[in-house]
Design a binder for this molecule. Structure first.
Ligand code: BDR
Ligand code: CA
Length: 306
């Protein structure tokens, strides 16, 4: 089984990614860490516990950063995911056990205890990951890989013309993560914009797996309304699930190798651009996706749940 640590700001598509990881037989979700982004960090950590409980898994959850490393926080995206993260539906865990460690401490401990085995899968702003690197730079040599939902190479942004939301919410952290000497895979808008989950798909999920699919269907209404009104599509993109899927099945993606740097100020703040700095190592950038197979894998996996 692939051990995955998910850093998250749940979030409707985060919930889709987390349920996928929880249900898939080849994935072991060894921990989750909450970060501000779609919601505040307190709601993020709470929502991660809610999702683990729904999926009937005992996953340790740590609370992470409540603000970006340097910049003034952007407003939370409650107009996209709802004030509490799951659209209109309320979410309260029955047991609220959060680890005493910070997210950065927990990330470092897990990687140190499982050298070479952990895939770190950040699906929110990269603040916790940058803080973990600051705390213990040796994790760079011990992690298996870091598979990030974020950024865009040629697709433009989704919050501004240039920036994707996770990078835009903490560009300094993203740049530190991209500058470090570890194997990073960027699963950005170039590929996540190729896969859409429609209301009919959510109905199918709810029918086959009432507890998990039903939750996703209920949570998706608000999110899909946003996509209809603002983006003009009927359905939502499979952003965060794509990163978990790329961790498990990298062969479903076309990869280009480029060093990337993040614009940390000016009009293009949050843009992920090819770097000419010779000291930057190349990262793996997903630029193509076998969209039908990825969608099918997502659907079949959730449907195999309960
Ligand atoms: C990313 O931003 C968040 O709103 C989503 O959960 C996803 O992680 C997409 O740009
Ligand atoms: Ca997210």
């Amino acid at each position: 089984k692939q051990k995955i640590l998910i850093d998250t700001d749940p979030g409707v598509d985060d919930a889709m990614a987390i349920f996928f990881a929880c249900v898939h037989p080849d994935i072991d979700v060894v921990g989750m860490t909450g970060v501000f982004g779609n919601v505040t960090v307190d709601i993020a950590a709470r929502n991660a516990i809610v999702l683990a409980e729904r999926a009937e898994q005992d996953i340790p959850v740590a609370r992470g950063a409540d603000v970006p490393l340097v910049q003034t926080p952007n407003p939370v995206s409650d107009y996209v995911h709802g004030e509490q993260g799951f659209g209109d539906i309320p979410a309260q865990p029955t047991r609220a056990e959060i680890l005493d460690e910070t997210a950065a401490e927990f990330i470092c401990r897990l990687i140190n205890e499982n050298p070479g085995e952990i895939s770190l899968c950040p699906i929110g702003p990269l603040t916790n990951i940058a803080l973990a690197l600051q705390l213990d730079p040796t994790i760079a040599q011990k992690v298996k890989n870091v598979v990030i939902m974020g950024g865009s190479l040629r697709e433009g942004g989704n919050v501004t013309a240039h920036a994707e939301a996770n990078i835009w919410n903490d560009p300094h952290a993203a740049d530190a993560v991209f500058a470090a000497d570890w194997p990073v895979v960027m699963v950005g808008l170039d590929v996540t914009h190729r896969v859409i989950c429609t209301p009919a798909d959510f109905s199918e999920l709810a029918k086959a797996a009432p507890k998990l699919g039903g939750f996703l269907q209920d949570a998706s209404h608000f999110y899909i309304r946003f996509y209809e009104e603002v983006v003009g599509i009927t359905g939502c993109y499979l952003h965060d699930p794509a990163a978990v899927i790329a961790t498990l099945r990298p062969e479903l993606f076309t990869i280009e190798n480029h060093p990337i740097e993040v614009k940390v100020d000016g009009e293009e703040i949050g843009k992920t651009a090819i770097s000419t700095n010779p000291e930057r190592r190349a990262m793996q950038i997903c630029t193509g996706i076998q969209a039908e197979t990825v969608k099918e894998l997502f659907m079949d996996t959730i449907k195999s749940g309960f």
